[in-house]
Design a protein around this ligand. Sequence first.
Ligand SMILES: *[C@@H]1O[C@H](CO)[C@@H](O)[C@H](O)[C@H]1NC(C)=O
Ligand SMILES: *[C@@H]1O[C@H](CO)[C@@H](O)[C@H](O)[C@H]1NC(C)=O
Ligand SMILES: *[C@@H]1O[C@H](CO)[C@@H](O)[C@H](O)[C@H]1NC(C)=O
Ligand SMILES: *[C@@H]1O[C@H](CO)[C@@H](O)[C@H](O)[C@H]1NC(C)=O
Ligand SMILES: *[C@@H]1O[C@H](CO)[C@@H](O)[C@H](O)[C@H]1NC(C)=O
Ligand SMILES: *[C@@H]1O[C@H](CO)[C@@H](O)[C@H](O)[C@H]1NC(C)=O
Length: 376
Amino acid sequence: MLKQYTVAVVAALLTGAAAQTYSDCNPTNETDCSNDAALSSTYSYDFTDGEDSENWSSTASTDVEYTTKGAEFIITEQGDAPTLQSEWYIFFGRVEVHMKASSGTGIVSSVVLLSDDLDELDWEFLGGDADEVQTIYFGQGNSTSTDREVDVAVDDAQSTSHNYTLYWTETSCVWYLDGTAVRTLNYADADNGNQYPQTPMRVKLGSWAGGDSDNSEGTITWAGGETDYDDGPFTMTVESIEVTNFNPGASYTYSDQTGDMDSIVVNDSDDDSSSTSTGSSTKASTKTSTKTSASGTASATYISTAVSSAASAVVSSAGATETPGATDSASNSSGTTPTSSSIAVVTSTTTGIGAMMAPSTWMIIGAVTVAILGHL
Ligand SMILES: *[C@@H]1O[C@H](CO)[C@@H](O)[C@H](O)[C@H]1NC(C)=O
Ligand SMILES: *[C@@H]1O[C@H](CO)[C@@H](O)[C@H](O)[C@H]1NC(C)=O
Ligand SMILES: *[C@@H]1O[C@H](CO)[C@@H](O)[C@H](O)[C@H]1NC(C)=O
Ligand SMILES: *[C@@H]1O[C@H](CO)[C@@H](O)[C@H](O)[C@H]1NC(C)=O
Ligand SMILES: *[C@@H]1O[C@H](CO)[C@@H](O)[C@H](O)[C@H]1NC(C)=O
Ligand SMILES: *[C@@H]1O[C@H](CO)[C@@H](O)[C@H](O)[C@H]1NC(C)=O
């Protein structure tokens, strides 16, 4: 079956996208941050059942509303920014969200994984364009680079519910849209891992007005223009979510200020006297598998051998059976899905609209819009 995806590579400084991220205590910069509570294995929730205040907190003054449609993130006036964040963190894992994005020029709907030191993995939707979703990553909040965002075509994200799944391991992160891998970020392709998201992440769901007239001109431009609240209310609806933590435990601690995955201590028990495992001991095989991944052979090996059985179960279901074409991208950087390295080629070789045909089932049309945010 021939699948076609339009992938626009936006070569721009992403300060607009990064603007909403912050951390109460950044462990690469402060020494007394508290532990991060860890999700124990899998969390699954249907928001049409109402609020789950045990697992989510609202981080803005704007309440999220719960209706028969799901969790509704509604913007009616300036200052509204309904946001939920998970009470727990995952240290590599899988996040499946079924949702509809908000309409409205300048309104940004987002599904964000964010760590205390600002590693970040995103799905972002601009209200002015229902047919596109942005996939974005950042390492330690570093937004200086031009290759973090890849835009993916989606069929009416505002009135149709889609399945947005992130599959994040030590060696790669794959964005799946309705079961098809639309972007793969390999560890090595993120500045040799230096910019690879690799620390425990919370899940954040929310909507905000990037196009608010009080924002910087750059942010408003990135968001697609100035928001007119008279056109509202603008509603993002999350129907359900399923999250699996590949390194479950009681909590995570940063043992130093590197922000490196090896520095993360997994505290296995609520008991103070319990044994803890450090990133470096549990991840003894990580370096090896990372190198393996960089040279193009199977990178999923580590997951199925060294992480929890929950993780390997997910590998086999998400990779092999349900997502044709996904196995190769998740486990093999020489596959034919659009990897970040193939995207980078588009970026560096085209100046306007460029087209590149992948060897088999993929067609990538790279539209490089260098100028969009050039003034940021
Ligand atoms: C680090 O901490 C200092 C002092 O609190 C602060 O001024 C600076 O902005 C912080 N840097 C980062 C990257 O968080
Ligand atoms: C919160 O998540 C945990 C772990 O999945 C689950 O056991 C618990 O029931 C959830 N709380 C609510 C209110 O659903
Ligand atoms: C959503 O997509 C993921 C990734 O392909 C897949 O594993 C999962 O089964 C899908 N969910 C549904 C309900 O189809
Ligand atoms: C930010 O990312 C760029 C591009 O990957 C890299 O060259 C630079 O060293 C990074 N900055 C820091 C402070 O890590
Ligand atoms: C493990 O986590 C529990 C609960 O957060 C905490 O009370 C305990 O101090 C932690 N133990 C270590 C060794 O960090
Ligand atoms: C990698 O992917 C290519 C293309 O799909 C395939 O021919 C090759 O066997 C795969 N290699 C591994 C180690 O999975």
